[in-house]
Design a protein around this ligand. Structure first.
Ligand code: 5AD
Ligand code: FES
Length: 346
């Protein structure tokens, strides 16, 4: 098994069979070597730097009904809110002060945030903070809409593909949604020169190891600049409420493998990872992650952006995230930097 890790480290690829073996192995020595090689690879390109992305959750309204997600349209118990232009700008102001140089506007698919609204706020943020990157995470929109928002100044777009298997996609989503359109959106975004983030949930219901290999192959095809993965965590008001959550071990294994397959990729230690283990994000950083996405949303709405149960950083302590993270990142030997943290092309 150690040879497989070394082979992946050197060639950035393995056969499907080898990938499956490495994903499933319980060989402790291989696990340790994977962590070591992933960390070396991350440090070769990014040193000890950890980039911050200030997450502004602009809307908990969503027209979709993904079976796993707590803000799905049919969840009558979900608490819905929308942030105003002024509220979003005040999150940015606060974030800039704290050293954030990327702002991520994320929300459910909510027609209220039309192109006119989005282009206005994007250009306003870019004017006020020319040294900052603006990232969008607003789901599937038309090519025209992506184009307008790019022209207004947006730099990056996060849209997890969720799964690259048609069969699994249908089990996780209602009929109105399609993997085909999701992929079309991602390739559109790349064509428009957004820095693109894709990704999937680890341990989603019905997911097999073959599905995970398909995800890795899709990512090789798309070549995104960012890859977001985190464990699936059941939400009590969704059809998947009784399903098992994804494990820490498998998520870390995949983070290590992804770092070796995509040496320069921007890889967040996600909030979901921090939710299933009190040191999940720290372990992620040690296994190749170089990005953290702290919540910049107003404290009063944080509990309402409720994708999965027990999400961290939603209580009163939330205003302290920056200091808390500083300590956490330092505790594992890395350092938060106040930079945009763009993908390195060189
Ligand atoms: N558990 C973990 N991640 C989830 N997401 C949505 N619902 C859940 C859940 N129950 C992820 C999806 C989405 C991202 C914003 O959050 O992958 O793309
Ligand atoms: Fe949010 Fe620690 S990172 S409270």
């Amino acid at each position: 098994m150690l040879e497989l890790v070394e082979k992946l480290y050197e060639n950035h690829d393995l056969t499907d069979g080898e990938l499956k073996q490495l994903i499933l192995t319980d060989d402790k020595a291989a696990e340790e070597l994977l962590i070591k090689r992933a960390d070396e690879t991350r440090q070769k390109y990014y040193g000890k730097k950890v980039f911050l992305r200030g997450l502004i959750e602009i809307s908990s309204f969503c027209k979709n009904n993904c079976l796993y997600c707590g803000i799905r349209h049919d969840n009558k118990n979900a608490q819905r809110y929308r942030l105003s232009r002024e509220e979003i700008l005040s999150c940015c102001e606060n974030g800039y002060e704290l050293g954030f140089r990327t702002f991520v506007m994320q929300g459910g698919e909510d027609a209220y945030y039309n192109d006119e609204f989005m282009c206005g706020i994007i250009s306003e943020i870019k004017n006020k903070y020319p040294d900052c990157a603006v990232t969008l995470s607003l789901g599937e929109r038309s090519g025209q809409s992506y184009k307008r928002m790019k022209e207004a100044g947006a730099d990056r777009y996060l849209l997890r593909h969720e799964t690259a298997s048609d069969e699994l996609y249908k089990k996780l989503h209602p009929n109105e949604m399609s993997l085909e359109n999701r992929k079309k959106c991602l390739f559109n975004l790349k064509k428009l020169h957004y820095q693109v983030g894709a990704g999937f949930m680890v341990g989603a219901p019905f997911q097999t190891v073959e599905n995970i290999v398909e995800d890795l192959r899709f990512l090789q095809d798309l070549q995104p600049q960012m890859i977001g993965i985190g464990p699936f965590i059941p939400h009590h008001d969704t059809p998947f409420k009784g399903e098992k959550q994804g494990t820490l071990e498998l998520t870390l294994r995949l983070l290590g493998i992804i770092r070796l397959m995509f040496p320069k990729v921007l890889l967040p230690a996600t909030t979901a990872l921090g939710t299933i283990s009190p040191i999940g994000r720290e372990l992620g950083l040690k296994t190749g992650c170089n990005v953290i996405m702290p919540n910049l949303s107003p404290v009063k709405v944080r509990k309402k952006y409720d994708l999965y149960d027990n999400k961290i950083c939603t209580g009163e302590e939330a205003a302290e995230c920056r200091g808390c993270l500083q300590r956490r990142v330092k505790s594992v030997g890395y350092e938060i930097v106040s930079e945009r943290g763009d993908f390195i092309n060189a």
